[in-house]
Design a protein around this ligand. Structure first.
Ligand code: AHR
Length: 506
């Protein structure tokens, strides 16, 4: 059969290094992300700190590298001081973002202990909605200053002797959104972000700072917001943020499967906007992108914050993901890697229960959703340098994004081990795609796995947690420098290649 798709894997076609921070996640005080998600004292598997050991184990398996905390919308009305010190003294508060009662039994120091156990870097969001420069500086002093000042000594009195030394800070969250507590215009936010960044860089010039971009690409000020904010903050921030959620619920499966085309276009638009500002300011510094909220979210099933009844860690947006959703998540990860020269941080939103790869039952089990698998395998095997991969293949017509290539792919090359890894999706719902891959001479196949199913709507549940798992792919043939395989319809595939002769250790 003649191949329907062709691509070349060449280690000299380098885009940039695989940035470990691309495999980030997000823990927000929202629904059951924290409470009964990562933290459940009294659960049979809770450790001495009240963290669920099963969730910690799955977090490590997922390969998460950095975790954004504590929000999200939650942070814009949050007082970090409420979440530190003796738990009995912490006040209960109203969380206006999610109309929830927050008892503050989990806060900064608990999160940092959890992050150390999970082996992840913290990415801390500051409240620039209802608060400002002074409170941001106080939090940084509490968290990062060694000792001898009021707030650093307060931290030590709270049992944390050494500073947390948090390197990555978000200057607020989605402040362009009218749903945000303390919503601002681009001018108001740009000024506040600049003043906060200036103060934080005076405290420690090596902190990495993320300015808020638009909440999504459909915002009326998308593009203009980023330009105005970056004009105010360019020399003081390192990243501009992007957020995007893709909703399968309108039944347009071809457009949904092509969501990566939208993410790719969005990244290109913000790169162009940031570089335009750099050119105007005659500044050669390159702003990086922090795609710090992305995922599939059945958003139209959520009727808005105002529809929520006041409650305590309710079941909020606990979407159950199917095979198609996992293929889309795999394609979004491919897009992040394809843009590794400009995207420096990315966080899938969220980690547990709330639109999450990990689900839990209070007092019960934890399991992997379908979307867990492409994330875990990409985080594990994307190593070294991202390679430019441009499949030649047919296109699919979509209502939302026009013609998109049926195959979406990327690859990485690890110069130390010589391993070449291909990540590819077939977005075609109607049939397999025969693919031919041209490889460097002297290559062997290490592993070929795919996520696909006769039933693209199959899901994992508490009672059938492994209904959908990656399985060894069939029919991959290697003949000299040419590999052939067939990608099933609606599938995500990983193929690992290595040099025939093992590299000797340096
Ligand atoms: O991840 C859920 C919510 O989506 C976050 O709180 C907010 O930042 C975004 O709108």
């Amino acid at each position: 059969m003649a191949p329907a798709a062709r691509l070349t894997l060449d280690p000299s076609f380098r885009i940039g290094p695989v940035e470990p921070r691309l495999f980030g996640s997000f823990v927000e005080h929202m629904g059951r992300s924290v409470y009964t998600g990562v933290f459940e004292p009294g659960h049979p598997l809770a450790d001495a700190d009240g963290f669920r050991a099963d969730v910690l184990e799955l977090t490590r398996e997922l390969g998460v590298t950095v975790v954004r905390y504590p929000g999200g919308n939650f942070v814009s009305n949050y007082r970090w001081e409420d979440g530190v010190g003796p738990v009995a003294d912490r006040p209960a508060r109203l969380d206006l973002a999610w109309r929830s009662r927050e008892d503050n039994s989990f806060g900064l120091n608990e999160f940092m202990t959890w992050a150390a156990k999970a082996g992840v870097e913290p990415m801390m969001a500051l409240n620039l909605g209802t608060r400002g420069v002074a409170e941001a500086l106080e939090l940084v002093e509490y968290a990062n200053y060694p000792g001898g000042t009021r707030l650093s000594e307060l931290r030590r009195a709270h049992g944390v002797d050494k500073p947390h030394d948090i390197r990555l800070w978000c200057l607020g969250n989605e402040l362009d959104g009218p749903w945000q507590m303390g919503h601002k215009t681009a001018g108001e936010y740009g000024r506040l972000a600049a003043e906060t960044a200036r103060a934080l860089k005076r405290f420690d010039p090596a902190l990495s700072l993320v300015a808020c971009g638009s909440s999504n690409s459909g915002m009326p000020t998308f593009g203009a917001w980023e330009a105005e904010v970056l004009e105010a903050t360019y020399d003081m921030v390192d990243y501009i943020s992007l957020h995007a959620y893709y909703d399968p619920s309108d039944g347009d499966a071809d457009s949904f499967l092509a969501s990566a085309a939208d993410m790719d276009h969005m990244i290109g638009s913000i790169v162009a906007t940031a570089d335009h500002v750099g050119a105007k300011l005659r500044d050669r510094k390159q702003i990086k992108l922090s795609f710090d909220e992305w995922n599939v979210w059945y958003q139209s099933r959520f009727h808005g914050e105002s529809s929520l009844e006041w409650s305590e860690h309710p079941r909020l947006i606990e979407d159950s993901y199917d095979v198609t959703d996992a293929v889309v998540v795999g394609s979004l990860l491919i897009t992040l890697l394809r843009n590794a020269d400009r995207v420096g941080v990315a966080c899938q939103a969220q980690l547990a229960n709330v639109i999450a790869p990990i689900m839990t039952e209070p007092g019960g089990p934890a399991w992997r959703q379908t979307i867990f698998h492409p994330f875990a395998l990409t985080a594990r095997y994307a190593r070294g340098e991202v390679l430019r991969v441009e499949p030649e293949c047919r296109t699919i017509s979509t209502a939302k994004y026009g013609e998109v290539p049926a195959i979406w792919a990327t690859a990485t090359h690890d110069p130390d081990s010589g391993e070449l890894t291909l990540f590819a999706v077939n977005r075609d719902r109607h049939g397999p795609c025969a693919m031919e891959i041209e490889l460097p001479a002297g290559t062997r196949v290490v592993e070929h796995l795919e996520l696909a199913d006769q039933d693209a709507s199959a899901r994992n549940t508490a009672s059938a947690p492994d209904r959908v798992v990656p399985r060894p792919g069939a029919g991959l043939a290697l003949d000299g420098r040419r590999a052939t395989l067939a990608l099933p319809p609606v599938s995500w595939t990983i193929v690992r290649f290595a040099p025939l002769t093992a590299r000797s250790a340096p």
